[in-house]
Ligand binder design. Structure first.
Ligand SMILES: [Zn+2]
Ligand SMILES: [Zn+2]
Ligand SMILES: [Zn+2]
Length: 161
């Protein structure tokens, strides 16, 4: 401990705890995108929790999960306002695909419907990323939980819009 700091009586255990809980940042250079639609490096650990900070805004994602590998992740900072084209993951993918930078995007997993009794992943399933709120319904804003859901299961989730 530096001399300047030594004039304070500090509890070593508490200090150790604080150091252990210091926010860690996921590798910001990792070109992976979370299911919330934001770079995995935008998720910062705060104690036991993760918080997602894409740019100036905040995102409620607390369950970072890489789903997409991209050559350039700067396009993935949109706001989620609902499912599908209103979801940050789709918005980011649209921006990236429309850019002149030839952004490559590759799924890290095969997207499939999150309902265990369904798990469809075929093209006809019409999968979309959806924000799920605490009531288990599709939300019209960013939420802690984001999943893929097929058309039928999106009807079952229902919306809280
Ligand atoms: Zn996010
Ligand atoms: Zn996330
Ligand atoms: Zn389904």
């Amino acid at each position: 401990m530096s001399d300047a700091l030594s004039r304070f009586k500090l509890d070593d255990d508490e200090i150790r705890e604080f150091l252990a809980e210091r926010p860690r940042r996921r590798d910001a250079s990792a070109k992976e995108v979370c299911v919330c639609g934001h770079g995995i490096g935008r998720h910062v650990a705060a104690g036991e929790r993760w918080v997602c900070r894409p740019g100036r805004q905040m995102c409620r994602c607390t369950n970072p999960r890489s789903v997409l590998k991209v050559s350039d992740n700067r396009f993935f900072a949109s706001k989620t306002e609902g499912e599908g084209s209103r979801h940050a993951l789709i918005r980011g993918m649209v921006l990236a695909s429309k850019s002149e930078r030839n952004v490559t995007m590759e799924w890290l997993l095969e997207p499939s419907c999150a309902r265990p009794e369904c798990m469809r992943s075929d093209a006809e399933a019409d999968l979309q990323p959806v924000p799920i709120n605490r009531a288990g319904r599709i939300s019209n804003r960013d939420e802690a939980i984001n999943v893929f859901a097929c058309r039928d299961c999106r009807m079952k989730f229902g919306t809280d819009a």
